[in-house]
Design a protein around this ligand. Structure first.
Ligand code: PEP
Length: 255
């Protein structure tokens, strides 16, 4: 599976795991994946477990991510968490614009764009999620939806910031449903996203941007998805909650 771009596989633990459970999961992953250097492995626990997970993986090659952050630098924003606060725990990645936040917290492309810019301001790498619903796909609106999200959320970035941004294509109909996009469907949209990045930035930048696929990724389908030319990793929900399934996904994607 030779590619110029290094694969990046991230686990989104969502609103799961107590601190003790998160520590156990992180420890198990450290034992299984500590020395994997050919793939960037990232875990994204809930905020409450970030400190403990950070301690558990700090000496390994596993990197820490957050599931969200504020677009604000600090101040009177009750319930919010800033990039600076995350950086204290050596958080290097942050998932932004996940479809669940777009749906349940009404996050707009404009707000997500501010968060992407704030993440770069703090030298954190955003994992920007984009994706269409089933209704949008069936109505033939997929390209329009993805293009609007990509353009809206990436506005104002420099080329070098773009290169450090990961895009996660997550068809909403495939998240937590057990329905995976076929590898051909994934490739088609990933190539479309890369073409959007060429339009917005340039060819060289777009070639360096990593585009993850997310939506019911499992040990059994990960390798085939990663074999597609424009699929550069995975954002994994359900299957990231257990040591065996997440570490098998990573190992199955090694050369
Ligand atoms: C996700 O929510 O980012 C996700 C991809 O979930 P799942 O793997 O459970 O479909």
């Amino acid at each position: 599976m030779e590619k110029d771009r290094k694969l990046i596989i991230a686990g989104n633990w969502k609103m799961n795991k107590t601190v003790a459970e998160a520590r156990d999961l992180a420890k198990g992953l450290r034992m299984e994946l500590a020395n994997i250097k050919d793939i960037d492995v990232v875990v994204c626990p809930a905020f409450t477990a970030i400190g403990e997970v950070s301690k558990e993986i700090i000496e390994s090659d596993i990197r820490l991510g957050a599931q969200n952050m504020s677009e604000q630098g600090g101040g009177a924003y009750t319930g919010e968490i800033s990039a600076l606060m995350l950086k204290e725990f050596i958080v290097r990645y942050v998932i932004l614009g996940h479809s669940e936040r777009r749906q349940f917290q009404n996050e707009s492309d404009e707000l997500i764009n501010k968060k992407v810019i704030a993440a770069h301001g703090a030298s954190m790498k955003p994992i920007l999620c984009v994706g269409e619903t089933l209704e949008q796909r069936e109505a033939g609106e997929m390209e329009n939806v993805i293009s609007t999200q990509v353009k809206g959320c990436l506005a104002g970035l420099s080329n070098s910031q773009m290169e450090e941004t990961i895009i996660a294509y997550e068809p909403v109909w495939a998240i937590g449903t057990g329905k995976t996009a076929t590898s051909e469907q994934a490739q088609e949209v990933h190539a479309f996203i890369r073409a959007q990045v060429v339009d917005l930035f340039d060819e060289a930048t777009a070639r360096r941007v990593r585009i993850q696929y997310g939506g019911s990724v499992k040990p059994g389908n990960a390798r085939e998805l990663m074999g597609q030319p424009d699929v550069d990793g995975a954002l994994v929900g359900g299957a990231s909650l257990e040591v065996r399934s997440f570490s098998d996904i990573v190992k199955n994607c090694l050369n």
